[in-house]
Design a protein around this ligand. Structure first.
Ligand SMILES: Nc1ncnc2c1ncn2[C@@H]1O[C@H](COP(=O)(O)OP(=O)(O)OP(=O)(O)O)[C@@H](O)[C@H]1O
Length: 567
């Protein structure tokens, strides 16, 4: 067992009260020396100390240092507080001003604390590349960064290079093409669309540097960390990996160098990469709602409720063949009623399984997908029929509106995804399924719903329903990712990463055709795929889950008292 050895111990004053303070290898503790309060010890993990400053220092709203303070020092650290309206724990900047009997003792404390920070927090970032989307969410990205985040970075000695984006895909292209020497991580101030840009940039660049093609089944895991400062209208990835959508909480996770590995799903059409996803690849209902909501962007966030209602009322289902490669059921399953929380044991064990030969699990891992070869074709399971919705998620995809998410027991970093198949059913049954996403009732405990933990999924249309446009689209796109300067046709700030303008035109045409079922008597026979909020230009796709492909400055949801559980 590790012994937490004391490095320094002395009496210190906080205000008018005397404390016994001790710095051990892993904690800074202080206990009041008043008889009544002796049991009251404040204990801060060294890894959660943000900064140590000489004197009495204030940071917010403005930095100030009091005079005559050569016996004082201030410790800034992470302080947790629950928030009635949110499920996770908010992190705030805690601050305690200590006074020492002598200047020598003050210097000893400063030195020991700074050594402890260096020794026990080696993964803290020193230099970050920050992309701010000035048009994301309520258009407050710049203000959020400069008023709430930048002062914290400055206090913690994190330097940042800030790029305020002027167009969609600028952040992705910057990461793909510019010199990133000296940066420990990239940070976006925006919503899920901005995160997706960083995800595509970081994965693409890592493959380029490793001399690999993104179209191959094997991808190299990425060293460059990604941070998310939530400032969008949808911040699902932040919520699912941190537990709250709060810029200060996220900034503190970045500062202390938290590292959360994340599974990523690559979506391919034939043998070409189309996009990456971390939260939802959904066909049928979820695709239709996205397509419909794009036509009503003028409604703002209300468009999702409106489109959801319209698509529900249109009562559509789609024929198709879903095939999946099951994950090992001995390790976990989507109905085992567990939650992937900070320090999740399923994800930790997966690290050893996914990186068996790597001394440092986080670096230079190439995932080989031998299971996709034709030799193991027999391992694939097929489900044919009519579906209301088919979705694959690599995480619970919980969000403020659905606190347990699409698949409450899904894991962030176990190398699997959850495939949810909702077969055709009567409208009331489907409404029950949808309603359960907003409650703690089990949405899989319905006779027309199946859920499987999988490593890969394939979707094909029934014979006679082939995608005519695909040949054409593939020629336009060349099957690859779009180049800089691509033209996008979407109004507002949302843009596709993949398609060029021509391709987008075709996708729009098809979407219009597909959506005529809302007002015409003949419903469409083919839906579209919603891939983390973007419409895919193809219907027949293959999705592969890449275990722990990227790393976020996060630690998963903390087990706060308000963490909901399923009934
Ligand atoms: N300067 C810019 N001008 C226009 N679009 C941009 C700009 N910077 C980034 N984008 C694009 O805007 C999209 C949405 O941004 P983001 O996710 O930050 O905000 P959001 O409000 O959550 O998005 P949405 O409008 O989809 O709800 C991203 O896909 C990104 O590519």
């Amino acid at each position: 067992m590790d012994v937490d050895l004391v490095q320094l111990e002395s009496s210190l004053w906080v205000g008018k009260k005397r404390y016994r303070a001790a710095l051990t290898e892993w904690h800074l503790n202080w206990t009041e020396l008043d008889k009544k309060n002796r049991d009251k010890t404040v204990s801060v993990p060294v890894s959660e100390i943000v900064a140590v400053e000489e004197g009495h220092v204030e940071v917010l709203p403005q930095r100030s240092v009091s005079e005559d303070t050569d016996r004082d020092f201030t410790v800034f650290y992470v302080k947790r507080s629950s928030n009635g309206s949110s499920y996770g724990l908010l992190w705030r900047l805690g601050r305690t001003q200590f006074s020492c009997p002598s200047r020598d003792l003050r210097d000893q404390w400063m030195t020991q604390l700074r050594i402890a920070l260096k020794t026990h927090s080696p993964s803290r970032p020193h230099r970050l590349l920050v992309f701010i989307n000035p048009f994301g969410g309520k258009k407050q990205g710049r203000e959020i960064y400069h008023s709430l985040v930048a002062p914290l970075f400055e206090l913690a000695g994190v330097s940042s290079h800030v790029v305020v984006t002027e167009r969609a895909n600028q952040a992705r292209d910057h990461i793909l093409k510019k010199d990133l020497t000296g940066f420990d991580g990239v940070v976006c101030v925006g919503g899920d669309g901005m995160f997706s840009e960083l995800l595509h940039g970081v994965i693409g660049r890592t493959q380029q540097e490793a001399g690999l093609s993104e179209h191959d089944p094997s991808l190299q895991s990425c060293d460059l960390h990604i941070g998310i400062i939530p400032a969008g209208s949808t911040d699902c990835v932040c919520f699912a990996t941190v537990g709250v959508n709060d810029p200060v909480t996220s900034a503190l996770h970045i500062i202390i160098g938290d590292s959360q590995p994340l599974d990523v799903c690559s979506v391919h059409h034939r043998s070409s990469l189309v996009r990456y996803s971390v939260s939802l690849v959904g066909y049928g209902f979820y695709g239709d709602v996205l397509a419909e909501s794009e036509r009503h962007r003028w409604m703002g966030p209300l468009r999702y409720d409106y489109s959801g209602a319209m698509v529900y009322l249109s009562n559509r289902s789609y024929a198709g063949l879903v095939q999946y490669l099951p994950a090992d059921p001995q390790l976990s399953n989507p109905r085992d009623n567990t939650r992937c929380l900070s320090g999740c044991s399923v994800c930790s064990k997966s690290t050893e399984r996914l990186f068996p030969h790597s001394p440092d699990a986080s670096s230079n891992y190439i995932s080989h997908f031998s299971q996709f070869s034709s030799d193991s074709e027999g391992d694939w399971v097929s489900v044919e029929g009519r579906f209301k919705a088919v979705s694959l998620t690599c995480m619970s995809s919980s969000c403020p509106r659905s606190p347990l998410g699409l698949s409450p027991s899904a894991h962030l970093a176990d190398g699997t995804g959850d495939l949810i198949i909702v077969r055709d059913t009567h409208p009331l049954g489907f409404l029950t399924f949808l309603h359960r996403h907003t409650s703690t009732q089990d949405q899989f405990d319905l006779p027309f719903v199946d859920v499987h933990r999988v490593k890969a999924v394939r979707f094909s249309l029934p014979p006679g329903e082939k995608e005519d446009e695909d040949e054409e689209r593939e020629t336009v796109n060349g099957g690859g990712m779009a180049e800089e300067g691509e033209r996008t046709s979407r109004s507002g700030s949302q843009h596709h990463l993949v398609e060029r303008g021509e391709e987008r035109g075709m996708a729009n045409d098809r979407r219009k055709k597909d959506l005529c079922g809302l007002c015409c008597s003949k419903p469409p026979s083919v839906s579209v795929w919603n891939c983390d909020g973007e419409i895919l230009p193809h219907t027949e796709i293959l999705c592969r889950v890449h275990g722990q492909l990227v790393r976020l400055y996060a630690r998963g949801m903390e087990d706060g008292s308000a963490t909901p559980t399923r009934k």
